[in-house]
Ligand binder design. Structure first.
Ligand SMILES: Nc1ncnc2c1ncn2[C@@H]1O[C@H](COP(=O)(O)OP(=O)(O)OP(=O)(O)O)[C@@H](O)[C@H]1O
Ligand SMILES: [Mg+2]
Length: 326
């Protein structure tokens, strides 16, 4: 799933939870892969029982209540048979509640009760039942801010936030981008072709310098779109990428960012371009930039540039054996 520093740090937190069944809150921007991480938490934790997942967003309160806690026959119009509900079905295992920031105050209260007392009540029934289920929740909202705004119960927040696993945004783990690209290309129509044949170096440079507000999901869509644009023939070059990527997101004021972000973006482009010109020879690249080799390596780490040339960027000088790479 990734080898970047930011991702490995997150992984070591997940590994430290092995053998436990504490409640975990998975946070991170939209599209970072929270669902996959939640599953991983279950698998490395105590994967004794079932793992059930439910998305709480955009479900009417009543439906969500019966999804989670079950209902008796005839509890409401349409409730023909009885239903046990996900908490009962996940007994002894884990229940992943996605988009937890979206649930109503009434359901927040019921969820608090499960977490505190291990008790649920089916809709239309007064009997209380006991459940033993590990809860893994996820949200792309800032739950602490939701608490301050009075939209999310503080006591529930603390119950959920026992351990928080923050999945880093793609721009903090850029060195994983080539790996993702390879994976998404393999899934596309170009199966079997080496990545270096399918993607050009300038396209890879754009992918490595872009800010990715939509994270891994956006990267996957971009690769799929580009594959369609080339209709599976010829290499994906920068001109096949979406407009936003071609200009590095610079035309979007919201993405242009702070001075520091803009400076970093420029530095990333300069360092990548220089490395590419010198076939990723660090000594020569450093000399041409007027910095020490050590300084360059520090910069490569700070800017999250891959240490080794991604296949797509290696390919371009293999094509031109005599001169410098384009
Ligand atoms: N490590 C990964 N490997 C392969 N695909 C990934 C990885 N991480 C994320 N993805 C892909 O990115 C997309 C978004 O992932 P996911 O649905 O888990 O995001 P999310 O964090 O839950 O976003 P949201 O908050 O919008 O629901 C999915 O299609 C998923 O397949
Ligand atoms: Mg999600």
């Amino acid at each position: 799933m990734g080898k970047s520093r930011a991702f490995l740090e997150m992984l070591s937190l997940v590994e430290s939870l092995a053998g436990t069944d504490t409640t975990v809150l998975v946070t991170g921007e939209s599209g970072v892969g929270k669902e996959l991480v939640a599953r991983l938490i279950h698998e490395t934790g105590s994967p004794r029982g079932t793992y059930l997942a439910h998305n709480c967003a955009a479900i009417p309160e009543g439906t969500l209540e019966s999804d989670l806690f079950g209902h008796v026959a005839g509890a409401f119009t349409g409730a023909v048979g009885a239903r046990r509900g996900l908490f009962a079905e996940a007994e002894g295992g884990a229940l992943f509640l996605d988009e937890i920031g979206d649930i109503s105050p009434r359901l927040q209260a019921q969820l608090l009760r499960v977490l505190q007392e291990g008790e649920i009540r089916r809709v239309g029934e007064s009997r209380v039942r006991r459940v033993d289920v590990r809860v893994i929740a996820a949200t792309n909202r800032d739950l602490a801010a939701e608490v301050r705004a009075g939209r999310f119960r503080e006591d529930l927040f603390y119950r959920l936030n026992v351990v928080q696993v923050r999945v880093p945004p793609l721009r903090e783990r850029r060195s994983d981008i080539p790996r993702f690209v390879r994976r998404f290309l393999e899934r596309s129509v170009r199966k079997g072709e080496p990545v270096g044949e399918v993607l050009g170096p300038d396209a890879m440079e754009s992918l490595l310098t872009y800010s990715w507000p939509g994270n891994v999901r956006q990267l996957r869509n971009e690769i799929e779109r580009a594959t369609l644009t080339t209709r599976g023939r010829g290499r994906i070059e920068r001109r096949h990428l979406s407009e936003e990527l071609r200009d590095g997101g610079a035309s979007l004021p919201a993405i242009a960012g702070t001075l520091r972000e803009q400076v970093e973006r420029a530095q990333r482009r300069i360092v990548l371009g220089t490395l590419q010109r010198h076939r990723w020879n660090k000594t020569r690249s450093a000399r041409s930039l007027g910095i020490t080799r050590q300084g360059l390596i520090k910069m490569i780490h700070r800017l999250e540039i891959p240490m080794q040339p991604p296949a797509a960027m290696r390919r371009s000088w293999e094509e031109a054996p005599t001169g410098e790479a384009a």
